[in-house]
Ligand binder design. Structure first.
Ligand SMILES: [Zn+2]
Length: 503
């Protein structure tokens, strides 16, 4: 190798190796990480494996376990039962000596199916991580990704909001005024061993990982792929833990595309590559800042009785507005094509129209007028039908949560919040599907640059939309699949702000 080429190579290495070599004694924090496959091998075809990943971090007095699972939620919905979290924490406390309030468990919210013994395998991952601990250098920073997601709540010109779901139809394009915000920030923590290996990467991002794959085979979805990309491109044993953020109203981009097969993999690869790109600029150093907070607050439950009555009346009104037309689907479709392609002479060749005109007759024009009226009436009915699909689905959600509220022994929900600080990396958690604005608000008020917010953590209380979004109750999934009264947001944000000050 020539001198010039060697210099170039060394220069390249200097750019790409962000690890800062140790300058003094062993760093104050230790960490270990592990992952275990939790794919259900019995539930049909498999696209890609699901995993539980665990990271255990400690200083001289305190230990924290972060557990991330490729599942839809920690309890309440999906395959993870409500007993999972307390049992896991109990076992971790008994066998590993980590107190329950120092165990943070986040669901990626992918819709994959885990195996029946996911509880055993989750404990295995935590135990292995605890056994692997080595002294670590800490680094934190952010990456940027805005190509793979979109806000799924559409603001309508009427002031209402509708969300983008496979379960129902979109509103007509001309009714849409705009979409809500996204958060392109990837929050990143890196932990490097003294010999320069990356032990773990924790990365936080807000998006529903529900893009799936063409056969709807079992999958960890986009965030399974992003974690794999990160692990494949760092050290031999690096574990990349994805922590779902405030993805409540964030969908994969082009979620309703019917022209292309669904593919989570390219979206996940983009997220993984953007995280790797950011990691190259994040150094690591000895750091002793390590704080864990765990508090439970009470949030008010919603009472949607009145809203259900209003929506049922709206539903009846929509039903009554369906008017008869001469057309059915078979006659409507060819007419719509003809009247749009050949609007001057839709019913026959032009010469017949011209002959009628010369003879002073208008039979064809009269026929066209009648067909056009019928087409408009039929399209109106279709839009009403589409609106009914949304109303019916959201009413079912409202009735479900109303029944739960009536059966509950109190009008508040106990909600566990965690606050974690590792070096410059600050993370707040919440058990519901926080919508993205709440994460953006907390990042804005936080005294720390590197503040990130995770929903879907330590339990599951359905969607947690903003007070403003809850003005739209019954119109979209987030405001219908929700147990919280509108004023919950201020109570939570005030508490979260208070916790930030203690970190
Ligand atoms: Zn969701």
């Amino acid at each position: 190798m020539t001198y010039a080429r060697t210099t170039l190579l060394l220069f390249a290495c200097a750019i790409f190796v962000s690890f800062v070599p140790p300058v003094s004694a062993a760093p104050p924090l230790k960490a270990g990480a592990a992952k275990v496959d939790i794919t259900d091998l019995e539930s049909g075809a498999i696209n890609d494996p699901l995993h539980v990943r665990a990271l255990v971090i400690k200083d001289e007095t305190t230990t924290l376990a972060i557990v991330t699972l490729d599942v839809v939620a920690i309890g309440e919905i999906g395959q993870i039962g409500n007993g999972f979290l307390p049992q896991l924490r109990g076992r971790i406390e008994t066998e590993l000596g980590i107190p329950p309030e120092h165990v943070l468990v986040n669901a990626s919210h992918c819709h994959g199916v885990p195996c029946d013994d996911v509880d055993e395998r989750t404990f295995q991952a935590v135990r292995e991580a605890a056994q692997n601990m080595v002294p670590v250098y800490v680094g934190a920073g952010t990456g940027h990704e805005d190509r793979i997601m979109e806000n799924r709540r559409l603001k309508l010109k009427s002031g209402k909001e509708v969300d983008v779901r496979h379960r129902y139809s979109m509103p007509p394009d001309e009714e849409v005024a705009g979409a809500g915000p996204i958060d392109p920030e990837i929050g990143i923590l890196r932990l490097d061993s003294e010999d320069g290996e990356t032990v773990a990467v924790v990365y936080n991002f807000a998006c529903h990982p529900i893009q799936n794959n063409p056969g709807m085979r079992n999958t960890a979805d986009m965030t399974g792929f992003s974690s794999q990309v990160i692990e494949d491109n760092l050290s031999e044993d690096t574990i990349a833990l994805f922590i779902q953020g405030c993805g409540g109203d964030i969908n994969p981009a082009f979620y309703k595309d019917v022209a292309h097969p669904r593919r989570a993999e390219p979206l996940g690869n983009l997220l993984g590559l953007s995280t790797l790109k950011a990691l190259r600029k994040i150094g690591s150093a000895p750091d002793d800042r390590f704080t864990i907070l765990n508090e439970t607050i009470e949030l008010p439950r919603a009472d949607v009785a009145q809203r259900i009555i209003e929506l049922e009346s709206e539903q009846q009104q929509a039903l009554r507005s369906l008017g008869g037309t001469s057309l059915n689907l078979k006659t409507f479709l060819p007419l719509v094509v003809r009247y749009n392609l050949w609007s001057d002479f839709p019913s026959y060749y032009s010469h017949s129209y011209l002959q009628e005109e010369a003879l002073g007759r208008d039979d064809l024009s009269q026929l066209d007028a009648e067909n056009r009226r019928n087409i408009q009436q039929y399209i109106g009915n279709i839009h009403t039908m589409e609106r009914l699909t949304r109303m019916n689905t959201n009413l079912i959600l409202l009735r479900k949560h109303h029944a739960t509220m009536l059966a509950a022994d109190k009008r508040t929900l106990d909600v566990e919040l965690m606050g974690v600080r590792i070096g410059d990396f600050v993370l707040l958690t919440f058990p519901g599907e926080l919508t993205v604005q709440i994460g953006l608000n907390l990042k804005q008020v936080s005294p720390y640059d590197l503040t990130f917010v995770a929903g879907y953590t330590n339990g599951y209380i359905y969607y947690a939309p903003t007070t403003e979004q809850l003005l739209n109750v019954g119109g979209a999934q987030e405001d219908s699949d929700c147990m919280l009264a509108p004023h919950w947001q201020k109570i939570y944000e005030d508490k979260a702000t208070e916790m930030l000050e203690k970190l």
